[in-house]
Write a protein that binds this ligand. Structure first.
Ligand code: MF3
Ligand code: CO
Ligand code: CO
Length: 293
């Protein structure tokens, strides 16, 4: 639903839409780059990203059904790879370079225990008590959907279970900030306050990101920060929120493979990720950011 000329503007300024953001929204409604390189998606693009997000979700559901003690991370990679291709999609991680010197060699990221993110699937066998993040990104009809979940392998310590739960709460609390007129800093601040208030730390070296037309777009979504700073959240933006939370200190170390990020102090780390769509103001009254992934 579109805001009409004489409605109040979605940004919360109290001005009429035509006196506030209407012109800028028109300029950016063709999927061009808006302020600071943020892409405001068209309805058509959103539909494509939604379908890609639905596939990503389906793949994670499949992993959830099969994962358990004795499974190797390579097996998870094979399941994700095959299911992605079977759905006429492509796994975005495979050969992805980003800013790294070496392309990512596999189709999914599997990050076990003290691995923060970008773990490379291999011959590691999952054992009772492990926690693992599986991060799936599908490209369907050219559109990206990016999401990850934590899985508990068998019986897991209270300490690990709490970390996983708190991290999921951090994602939910971040999503609650996804409303027109809020900022990326509001998301980060809410997450940081929750995590640090409970004695956990927020990883600084990786962030959420705009997503959909490319894998990583503007804006960055930091999982820490100050209210009312950063980029303004505008209707039809699509971005991920993907907090990485550690039991110990927040610092990372990159392994020699150029990808695997582990906690410097060896403490456990968890992450949950969703792709979120920022609704227009009318829809935002009913629900908040929608989970597209
Ligand atoms: N899916 C990750 C993210 O959430 C990025 C993985 S890049 C890879 O942004 F190359 F490691 F796959
Ligand atoms: Co992401
Ligand atoms: Co991801």
């Amino acid at each position: 639903m579109k805001t009409s000329r004489n409605d109040l503007c979605w940004c919360g300024s109290g001005k009429k839409y035509k006196k506030c953001h209407m012109l800028r929204d028109k300029m950016s409604s063709f999927g061009r780059r808006g302020t600071r390189g943020v892409i405001i998606k068209t309805e058509e693009q959103i539909e494509g990203i939604r379908r890609s997000g639905q596939l990503t979700r389906k793949i994670l559901d499949m992993v959830q059904e099969r994962i358990g003690p004795g499974i190797t991370t390579e097996q998870i990679n094979d399941w994700v790879h095959e299911e992605t291709l079977a759905n006429n999609a492509y796994p975005a991680p495979l050969n992805y370079r980003g800013k790294s010197a070496v392309g990512f060699p596999k189709s999914v990221c599997t990050s076990v225990n003290n691995v923060i993110c970008h773990g490379i699937p291999g011959n590691e066998v999952l054992k009772e008590g492990d926690i693992i993040n599986v991060d799936v990104t599908s490209i369907l009809d050219g559109y990206y959907g990016d999401a990850s979940r934590m899985f508990l392998i068998g019986d897991v310590s209270e300490e690990a279970k709490n970390l996983v739960d708190i991290t999921q709460q951090c994602l939910q609390i971040g999503i609650q900030q996804v409303k027109p007129g809020k900022t990326t800093g509001d998301i980060g601040h809410a997450i940081q306050t929750h995590a640090e208030g409970l004695g956990y730390s927020v990883v600084r070296d990786f962030a959420g990101h705009g997503v959909g037309i490319e894998f990583h777009e503007e804006p960055q979504i930091l999982h820490y920060g100050k209210p009312n700073t950063g980029a303004l959240l505008q209707p039809n933006m699509v971005f991920t929120i993907e907090p990485m939370i550690n039991i110990g200190r927040p610092e990372c170390k990159l392994l020699r493979d150029g990808w695997t990020a582990v906690t410097q102090d060896g403490s456990l780390s968890a992450q949950w990720e969703h792709t979120c769509l920022l609704y227009t103001s009318d829809a935002a009254d009913e629900g908040l950011g929608v989970d597209l992934g």
